[in-house]
Ligand binder design. Structure first.
Ligand SMILES: *Cc1c(COP(=O)(O)O)cnc(C)c1O
Length: 415
């Protein structure tokens, strides 16, 4: 079906799906590593890229292709490349678009491993990088060098929910002759389409909102033009970080409900963020839907909604942050985000523990920061859960020492 003219919720259901001979309503799982050629000429034609068909699943597979086509259409791109994980997508982008001696400018508060991979691994091959606050355009301009090839932006970013102006950054980068890559994981294509704002490449950890059910790890990259798409695909195929057909099937299934999941979760997020702002134990709430957020107006312009990621600072610092983790009941204490279930984590002792306390302050958050990914449970249950947890933290803060607050319970026996 040609879905180009349809609205985004119709695209979520139908884009990328081509009927097979059986009339299957859903894309089947083509769980095969390889595909038989009809004859020698057909095989030769496929290898010469002159015929239709599949060769080998690392290179391409119908289930994976359906997901790639679907996300490519949602992001208004010429094509998609599904990968084994979000990090597989990021590694593919670096590999395809940088070389020894090249330089990249990136968001300082970018997803940690994206920065680790660049600074610890790609640096060994002579790739240089500078990390700046990309919400400040003067910092972006100043960081550009003659050998800068890529400006890599994550927006909204983690865990402080900073919003970078994609249009302005793209104008600066293009004037300098470099490409713009956006990690669109936090917004998803439902809320933000960076290619329309001037980006050249967009990537996602589909582990988060796109799949949305905390049961798959995966990634995807989409490109604006064919030349870049081909470079990215070649890097993915040669490095072997392809997605698996079963993974692709699950992500396609999750993708169908992206719109209704996000609509519901962001409605709850707005209620919870407004409620958190009024709690005495909370000194700051970072949610791009709140007027108090420094880039609220920009978020309104470049996104079609505010999403469901909230972070907030507890006045009680590190100890209160850790104690809260032990007292939430409806929210699950786990990393990751963007699923149907509400997840909570404490960056200073978990995802961002490898940063020094000073580096965390420089990145704009305190040790009392809590990250909260709102799911699709009833908002009143989530609010009641947070209230009882904050009460328990206040009582316990009086008695328990930090050491006793951080003791690890014995491992449960598995049945
Ligand atoms: C989780 C995440 C990644 C990495 O994705 P994986 O699927 O875990 O490899 C990259 N960027 C952002 C913003 C993320 O949240």
């Amino acid at each position: 079906m040609n879905t180009k003219h349809l609205g985004i919720n119709s695209k979520l259901i139908h884009a990328g799906h081509t009927e097979d001979a059986t009339g299957a309503v859903n894309v089947p799982i083509y769980q095969t590593s390889t595909f038989a050629f009809r004859n020698a000429a057909h095989g030769a034609a496929l290898f010469a890229a002159k015929g239709d068909g599949y060769i080998y699943t690392r290179i391409g597979n119908p289930t994976i292709h359906a997901l790639e086509e679907s996300v490519a259409e949602l992001e208004h791109s010429c094509g998609g490349i599904a990968t084994s994980s979000g990090m597989g997508a990021i590694c593919t982008v670096y590999l395809a678009l940088l070389e020894g001696g090249a330089h990249m400018v990136s968001t300082a508060s970018v997803y940690g491993p994206s920065r680790g991979l660049m600074e610890k691994d790609f640096s060994r091959f002579g790739v240089q990088s500078t990390y700046v606050d990309t919400t400040d355009l003067t910092q972006v301009k100043k960081a550009l060098r003659p050998n800068t090839r890529l400006v890599y932006v994550e927006t909204p970013s983690n865990p402080t929910m900073q919003v970078t102006d994609i249009k302005q950054v793209a104008a600066i980068a293009h004037a300098h002759g470099c490409l713009v890559v956006v990690d669109n994981t936090f917004a998803s294509p439902y809320l933000q389409q960076p290619l329309d704002l001037g980006a050249d490449v967009v990537l996602h950890s589909v582990t988060k909102f796109i799949n949305g059910h905390a049961d798959v790890v995966g990634g995807i990259i989409v490109a604006k033009d064919m030349d870049i798409y081909k470079r990215l695909r070649k890097a993915m195929v040669n490095s072997g970080c392809n997605m698996d057909p079963h993974q692709a099937f699950l992500v396609l299934r999750g993708l169908k409900t992206l719109g209704i999941r996000i609509e519901r979760a962001q409605q709850s997020a707005m209620e919870i963020a407004a409620w958190l702002e009024k709690q005495p134990e909370v000194s700051a709430v970072h949610y791009i839907g709140l007027e108090s957020h420094p880039q609220h107006e920009l978020a309104k312009q470049q996104m079609s909604g505010f999403g469901s990621m909230i972070s907030f600072e507890l006045t009680g610092g590190m100890k209160a942050g850790r104690l809260l983790m032990d007292h939430v009941r409806v929210a699950t204490l786990a990393v990751s985000l963007g699923g149907v279930e509400t997840l909570v984590e404490h960056p200073a002792s978990m995802t961002h523990a490898s940063m020094s306390a000073q580096a965390r302050r420089d990145a704009g958050f305190t040790d009392g920061l809590v990250r909260y990914s709102v799911g699709i449970e009833d908002a009143e249950d989530l609010i009641a859960d947070l209230r009882q947890a904050l009460d328990a933290v206040s009582v316990e803060s009086l008695g328990r020492t930090l050491e006793s607050a951080i003791s690890v319970p014995p491992e449960p026996t598995l049945v």
